[in-house]
Write a protein that binds this ligand. Structure first.
Ligand SMILES: C[S@@+](CC[C@H](N)C(=O)[O-])C[C@H]1O[C@@H](n2cnc3c(N)ncnc32)[C@H](O)[C@@H]1O
Length: 431
């Protein structure tokens, strides 16, 4: 049978409701048909269209059977083991065996105890780059999928289970999963809005200048921080979030919105006059300048300005006699070794489990958990590593994307998720 003929002869229909064990919808074929609920090659329940559907009759006035094409039936108790998930298909099968069948819908379904087991999971003792309660819930049922949360492969396995949960009615409504999904979809949509609408060029600079482009980071780079803020909060870290180096406020717009979602305070530290002098760095003093008014205006229009406290001044001056409150995470995009050295005096305000993100990173500096960065006037990484060594909290980390890397204390830190594993998962969430 050709594909065209198959399409012409196959039943049409739709599943309108798959709630609890009840399945309802409509199906219309070329003659009598049965609607089956199938788990793999097993038919576990079936029904025949017989319920009045005036809407279908209206849409298909010339088709026999359209007026009574509605069906509804129940799945039997215990078809799926209590703590398991399975893939259910709803198939419309003509009674004439030579006519083709059609899959009307497929969905993940859960055993009748699974929601309770996931929703009431206790502390698993497993630490990883995901929200604590999400790890605990998944570990309560699938401990093998939580054994290697440090590697990209282990994270991908964990996220593939989470993806199926997020697509399963009855499980995806549990607060532990729905809250996380809401944060991810809301903040990702917002980052994409900022990426699209934020002014692209620096009116104060010439085309071709280093600071002509006002959107120096990608969504993948900033979203790694957005994700980690949710993770850190879930692990009970107290304290604020700090951004060092905001230029026109592009990353600030994305991150302030995330902070507003989480009820976190965000501090933005910048000279608002651009870079300080740094001989031998290749940069000039005053590059990357955004005035406080300009940044405040951008964060108001593109982010969540009420979550932000601005601190104007060169870091060396700001931190001469003052320290910020406790911090759970910092993001620095400061271009210069000297600027990193000047701001790293605040490192003792970081929670011992805090995460740090920095621009000016390439993938090759992350070598099997070690960070190899050579001192240079345009490299802000060595002062960060040195300061943490001095504090007795040596750092490890991973490459994120673009020029961004993530860092956390080897022994106490909460690791940061792999960008490729997270990206694959985010693509499966509805936008
Ligand atoms: C590359 S830009 C930051 C880009 C920003 N993340 C964005 O998304 O547009 C570098 C910023 O760091 C600031 N900066 C660098 N060194 C500084 C210092 N020592 N004190 C204060 N601000 C500094 C500059 O004023 C500039 O705004």
């Amino acid at each position: 049978m050709t594909r065209r003929l198959r399409k012409l002869l196959a039943p049409q229909g739709s599943v309108d409701a798959l709630a609890g064990s009840r399945i309802a919808g409509w199906a219309l074929g070329r003659g009598a048909l049965t609607v089956e609920a199938r788990l793999g090659d097993r038919c576990i329940a079936s029904g025949e269209p017989s319920i009045p559907r005036p809407d279908v009759a209206h849409a298909y006035p010339d088709r026999r059977g359209a007026a009574t094409s509605g069906f509804a039936f129940e799945l039997p108790d215990g078809a799926v083991p209590p703590d398991a998930m399975a893939e259910l298909q709803i198939v419309a099968r003509p009674k004439q065996p030579w006519l083709p069948a059609a899959v009307l819908a497929s969905s993940h379904v859960a055993g009748n105890r699974l929601a309770k087991t996931l929703g009431e999971a206790g502390d698993s003792g497993i630490v990883g780059p995901f929200p604590k309660r999400v790890i605990d819930a998944i570990a309560a049922v699938w401990p093998d999928e939580c054994t290697d949360l440090g590697s990209t492969e282990g994270q991908a396995r964990f996220l593939s289970r989470l993806q199926r949960i997020m697509q399963t009615p009855g499980l995806n409504a549990l607060p532990v999963f729905a809250d996380y999904a809401r944060y991810l979809t809301t903040t990702l949509a917002h980052c994409r809005f900022v990426e699209r609408h934020f002014p692209a060029s620096n009116v104060r600079s010439d085309a071709g200048a280093t600071d002509f482009h006002c959107k120096p980071n990608s969504v993948s780079e900033i979203f790694a921080i957005v994700h980690q803020l949710y993770v850190l909060k879930s692990w009970g870290l107290a304290g604020d979030f700090a951004e060092f180096g905001c230029f026109k406020g592009y990353s600030s717009a994305m991150l302030s919105f995330a902070c507003a979602q989480l009820g976190l305070r965000m501090h933005i530290f910048d000279s608002f006059e651009g870079l300080p002098p740094a001989p031998g760095s290749g940069y000039e003093a005053g590059q990357y300048a955004g005035s406080l008014d300009e940044v405040r205006d951008h964060v108001t229009r593109f982010g969540a300005v009420d979550s932000v406290t601005f601190h104007k001044g060169f870091f060396a001056d700001t931190f001469r006699n003052w320290r910020p409150p406790q911090l759970m995470c910092l993001w620095m995009d400061v271009d210069l070794e000297v600027s990193s050295r000047d701001l790293m005096v605040i490192a003792d305000a970081l929670d011992p489990r805090a995460s740090l993100f920095s621009h000016e990173c390439t993938a090759d500096i992350f070598q099997q958990g070690r960070i190899v960065a050579r001192p240079s006037p345009d490299n802000p990484i060595p002062p960060m590593l040195e300061r943490h060594e001095q504090m007795g909290r040596p750092l490890t980390g991973r490459y994120i994307a673009g020029y961004t890397g993530a860092f956390w204390p080897i022994t106490t830190g909460i690791p940061v998720v792999s960008t490729s594993a997270l990206g694959d998962f985010l693509r499966t969430l509805p936008s």
